[in-house]
Each structure stands twice: as C-alpha cells, then as structure tokens.
Design a protein around this ligand. Structure first.
Ligand SMILES: CC(C)(COP(=O)(O)OP(=O)(O)OC[C@H]1O[C@@H](n2cnc3c(N)ncnc32)[C@H](O)[C@@H]1OP(=O)(O)O)[C@@H](O)C(=O)NCCC(=O)NCCS
Length: 160
C-alpha cells in the first residue's frame, strides 16, 4: 500500500460542501437543511466542544476528522476519507493524529461508533487499539481505547 503523506489544518466553513458530499456518499447522517450553516460554524471553531481538522494532500482536503469532547475527558472520534483516496494510509494517519491530539489536550479515552459491517473502519480502529466497550447501541458497535499520557512524560529515573 502506497502511503499518501498528509498535513493538517483546522476545519473551515468552506470545507462544508466537500464534507457533505462524502458524508452523503458514505450514508452518514447530515444535519437538516436549516441547521447546516450552524453545523459548519460549530465545526470551524464556533463550539469549544468540537475539534475538527482537515487533512491535506498537495493542498487539497482529502479527509476530515472530528473530536466531540465530553465532560468526562473522553471524546467521540468521527472520520472520513475522500473515496478517491482510500486504502492509502490516510485513515491510519487520521487516527494517529486524533490520538496525539487527545494526549495533547489531556483526554483519557477515545470512542467511536461503527457499523459492524464497515470492514474498513473496524480494521482501522482495531489496528489502533480500539475494542468493543460495554455500551450497546442498535446497529453500531461502540469502540473505545484508553489514551495514555506516558509518551509525553519523561520516564522515571531509577537509581541503583
Ligand atoms: C474507514 C475509512 C476512514 C478508512 O480510511 P482509509 O484511508 O481507506 O484507511 P487506511 O488506508 O489507513 O486503511 C486502514 C486499514 O483498513 C483496511 N481497509 C481499508 N479499506 C478496507 C476495506 N474496504 N475493506 C477491508 N479493509 C479495509 C486497510 O487495509 C488497513 O488495514 P491494514 O493496515 O491492516 O491493511 C474510510 O473507508 C472512510 O472514510 N469510510 C467512510 C466513513 C467511515 O466509515 N468512518 C468511520 C466511522 S467514524
């Protein structure tokens, strides 16, 4: 698999039409028409509980990730890759970035909701340590992984 190198920037309101197209194609829910503008504004920094990033390859957005922060220091991760750029390691880079972001802001846990028949997402999340949690939801598997801060901190120095 050839891996596409990507960089990240904050989500912008102008990204919304592209994201809407991909969400529709993936059968993922869109906000209703009346609240679309509000939705884009919230994703673009208008809501402190949402952290949304665009992933760029050669300056073009090829994927998006969104973290919905909860008061218990967990966040739900949602991600989507441009259908033309799938299976080239972009999804893996999104999850790695989300985990790094979660560590940076001191989260304890990341969760994701995935349909069990979504082979790509099931594999992607399993590869990154997500496991089914005890939460039950009709039609979805609720996956979770702990976010460790260990690699941000200096190891203990133990003298003999
Ligand atoms: C899930 C999704 C983000 C994966 O993105 P991607 O860029 O194709 O992922 P990667 O190329 O990094 O591949 C990740 C893993 O999934 C596997 N994979 C990707 N597509 C697959 C498919 N259609 N069937 C089976 N496995 C698949 C890859 O082989 C890889 O596993 P490996 O490293 O063990 O070989 C993408 O398919 C997508 O946007 N789907 C629609 C939205 C969605 O379902 N989001 C997840 C729920 S929030």
């Amino acid at each position: 698999m050839t891996t596409v190198p990507i960089s990240f920037r904050a989500f912008r309101v102008a990204d919304a039409p592209r994201l809407e197209r991909w969400l529709t194609a993936a059968g993922m829910p869109l906000p209703d028409r009346v609240s679309r503008d509000v939705w884009a504004d919230r994703m673009a920094g208008g809501d402190p509980r949402i952290k949304a990033l665009a992933a760029l390859a050669a300056r073009t957005a090829v994927a998006f990730l969104r973290l919905d922060l909860a008061p218990d220091r967990s966040a739900e991760l949602t991600l989507i890759v441009d259908p033309r750029h799938r299976r080239r390691g972009v999804g893996a880079q999104l999850v790695e970035r989300a985990i790094a972001e979660a560590r940076r802001i001191g989260l304890r846990r990341l969760v994701a909701m995935v349909r069990p028949e979504n082979d790509a997402a099931m594999r992607l999340f399993a590869n990154h340590g997500f496991e089914p949690s005890a939460v039950r939801m009709i039609g979805f598997l609720h996956l979770a992984r702990v976010v460790h801060r260990a690699d941000l901190e200096r190891p203990l120095e133990i003298s003999p």
